[in-house]
Design a protein around this ligand. Structure first.
Ligand code: CTP
Length: 410
């Protein structure tokens, strides 16, 4: 994937002491693949986990460890290195390093470089979940954030120490994405974006439901891309197993009616509504109070009733947001999608083929964007890359719509 944002960018990667230091080796490769020039500086403790030679081989440059290395200082002094850097990314950033950075210490090479550089500093914390939750760590983080230091992650999950919780280093490609996103123009700054995502579950009885195969990944990627573009994002999510993207306000729902209520409550103030959810069109007429038992005649009929059409109701609001619908189709993609665009009075519809390994439960997708004035094909790419492209197009349409409204009212 082309991440042009990092092409030629001079990135100083700081590695601090923690078991996640091994992941920083992969990060050097990914940054280089994205076109960045990478130099590595490590703390003495980081070198206990991974050897400087590993990073030297991967970055193609000597690795700096100490302020007091005369030959390294002669080659490229630490002040020179601090000036060279256009971005400083500390990954992993240990609790100890965050504490020293927060308090302006310069007692080793890495803290000195951070203090001596005008480049933006980003930290990717990684530590035991208890250390992460500790009030001292959180206070240090708040101080760093208030000074404009960017924080990437951490993720939650099982940890090297055997515990489960928040404190895992983000994966290398997530860190590259996060760094690249800091370079993107913030095209949705000041905008309110509402996204629906995932499936809905319609209960049949206390143990069964009607659902669908939507994973929610496309909608979550759009919410993340909109937040990275500077929007205030509300994400109404059906039942999915996905982490909330950074900076996104998430509302979890289960049924179509719950999704309808949550979306309608937020739609009045939204500038954009992206309906990426696969909303169940029908729900059982009645939810059985007890588990339905097998019958002797071998049959079973479920009476269904129609759910509200969330997108159509938002379209009918007096002050309607820019409306982007999704059409997941198994055949006649453009014809069906264009019919939906017109029937639901949408500004844009993102159509994709599903079934046969396409669309749901996969990382890559392709989209055909259809509007009244034309069609754009976005070729197969990871969903988060497509999400950025879609967000760019939404931002352009929003501006165009306002310009036209301005002309009309002038
Ligand atoms: N949608 C919605 N509420 C519903 C059904 C659909 O908001 N009750 C939205 C979806 O999020 C999507 C778009 O409408 O953005 C199209 O969904 P789809 O289910 O394909 O459309 P339908 O109108 O239900 O058409 P079909 O006959 O193909 O089911």
């Amino acid at each position: 994937m082309a991440l042009t944002e990092l092409a030629g960018r001079r990135v100083l990667l700081g590695v601090t002491g923690g078991i996640a230091a091994y992941k920083a080796a992969e990060l050097v490769r990914r940054l280089a693949e994205a076109g960045a020039q990478v130099r590595v500086a490590m703390t003495e403790n980081a070198a206990r986990f991974v050897t400087p030679l590993t990073f030297q081989a991967l970055s193609g440059h000597p690795v700096r460890l100490s302020l007091w290395d005369e030959s390294a200082e002669a080659a490229m002094g630490h002040i020179e290195l601090a000036r060279w850097a256009e971005d400083i990314l500390i990954a992993p950033a240990s609790a100890d390093f965050l504490a020293r950075l927060a308090h302006g210490l310069a007692d080793d090479l890495l803290t000195t470089l951070c203090l001596a550089s005008a480049a933006p500093v980003y930290v990717a914390p990684a530590m035991n979940q208890q250390m992460w939750a500790n009030a001292a760590t959180q206070a240090n983080l708040a101080l760093l954030r208030s000074r404009g230091i960017g924080v990437f992650g951490p993720a939650a999950g099982s940890q090297a120490c055997g515990e489960v919780g928040a404190g895992r280093l983000l994966e290398a490609d997530e860190l590259v994405q996060a760094l690249a996103s800091t370079r993107r123009p913030r095209s949705l700054s000041g905008r309110q974006v509402l996204v629906s995502a995932g499936p809905t579950y319609e209960d049949i009885d206390p143990v069964r439901f009607l659902g669908n195969r939507s994973s929610g990944r496309m909608g979550f990627a759009i919410a993340a891309a909109a937040a990275e573009a500077g929007a205030a994002v509300t994400l109404v999510a059906g039942p999915v197993h996905l982490a909330t993207p950074a900076g996104v306000h998430r509302i979890d729902v289960r049924s179509a009616r719950q999704m309808h209520a949550a979306v309608m409550a937020a739609a009045a103030v939204a500038d954009v509504f992206v309906a990426a959810a696969a909303v169940g069109d029908f729900r059982p007429q009645e939810v059985a109070r007890h588990k339905i038992k097998k019958r002797d005649d071998g049959g079973m009929t479920l009476e269904l009733t129609q759910n509200p059409d969330i997108l159509a109701e938002v379209a009918a609001l007096p002050r309607r947001p820019l409306l982007v619908g999704f059409a997941a189709e198994t055949e006649h993609l453009e014809t069906h999608a264009r019919a939906k665009l017109e029937r639901k009075r949408l500004d844009l519809i993102a159509a994709n083929l599903v079934g046969g390994g396409l669309g749901f439960e996969v990382d890559d997708n392709s989209l055909t964007l259809i509007a009244a004035d034309g069609t754009i094909h976005l070729p197969t790419a990871p969903k988060r890359e497509l999400a950025h492209q879609l967000v760019d197009i939404i931002a352009q349409r929003l501006e165009r719509r306002e310009a036209t409204a301005g002309v009309a009212s002038a």
